[in-house]
Design a protein around this ligand. Structure first.
Ligand code: PAF
Length: 287
């Protein structure tokens, strides 16, 4: 695995990799890697692609008072893990490389970016869309792999690619979980042992909702109630939202049909946690 820091080096390395006519698969990350990220690398590898991974803690997607400064940074450990996982090229740019002095262009996203994380973290998805567009422009991948764990981000990136006609296929990677069901996240490292235990309420609530759906429930209101009842059993969990949305538009639905996502988010102590259930059900979505 080669590590590059500068766009010119990256582009030369990508050109060399592409020479044999192979596809480039790209996995953008903010580092502090875990098995969830490595599963995205594995998806790219299984498609027979050469794999480029970026590790960049993107300042423009953090709001004032968020955890930009304390976000875990461990580039050497990340590089070791990526080497083991079969990554071909690691792009490790500095903030000044991605946002050179005087840069003044941002992408503004609406639609799927409007509610939920977009409402609670104003500007967050503009920052994500901006950095993803810059990274796509630098790497020029054939496809890019994003985790389903950040379901709204995935919907926003798909919308970005559609709206700007970006020549990149977006591939989704299933959420990786700890043995007790907690969705893997770099932010899980912030949790104390007691908070870590409380955090399992998200996956328990989603499992309860999944059971209702498997038993035939299709009313979104009933699923929302079930989620809230389950989430309330954990006093250390502070709910931000629990809803049933269309997977493409990230707008709430009244009935479950087609591709739907059940996103849940909230806080345990100072740590924000997100999880979701992805479903493909009979019928037309959007109702
Ligand atoms: O999901 C992430 O880690 C980030 O939001 C991404 C896509 C790498 C953009 O900074």
């Amino acid at each position: 695995m080669r590590t590059v820091r500068e766009p010119a080096e990256l582009q030369m390395a990508v050109r060399q990799l592409r020479r044999d006519g192979m596809e480039i698969g790209f996995v953008p990350t903010m580092g502090a890697l875990h098995a969830g990220h490595l599963s995205l690398v594995e998806i790219a590898r299984r498609r027979g692609a050469l794999v480029v991974v970026s590790v960049f803690v993107n300042p423009t997607q953090f709001g004032p008072g968020e955890d930009l400064d304390r976000y875990p940074r461990q580039p050497e450990r990340d590089a070791g893990m990526l080497h083991e996982a079969g990554c071909d090229l690691l792009f490790l740019p500095s903030v000044e490389t991605i946002y050179p002095p005087g840069n003044a262009t941002r992408i503004h996203v609406e639609g799927a970016a409007r509610g939920y994380e977009g409402k609670l973290r104003p500007g967050h998805f503009d920052g994500v869309a901006t950095v993803v567009t810059i990274l796509f422009q630098l790497v020029r991948p054939n496809f890019a792999v994003f985790g389903e764990k950040d379901a709204q981000q995935l919907a926003v990136v798909r919308q970005l690619v559609r709206d700007l006609h970006l020549p990149v296929e977006i591939v989704a990677g299933p959420t990786k979980r700890e043995p007790d069901g907690l969705a893997m996240s770099s932010r899980n490292a912030y949790l104390s042992p007691a908070e870590r235990e409380a955090a399992t309420v998200l996956s328990r609530a989603l499992a309860a909702a999944g059971d209702e759906i498997a038993a035939g429930e299709r009313r979104a209101a009933a699923i929302r109630r079930r989620l809230r009842d389950e989430l309330q059993t954990e006093p250390r969990f502070e709910l931000d939202y629990a809803d049933v949305v269309d997977a493409l538009t990230f707008q709430p639905v009244t009935r479950l049909a087609g591709r739907v996502v059940i996103p849940v988010a909230g806080r345990v102590g100072n740590t924000r946690l997100l999880d979701n259930l992805q479903l493909e059900l009979p019928g037309e979505s959007g109702g």
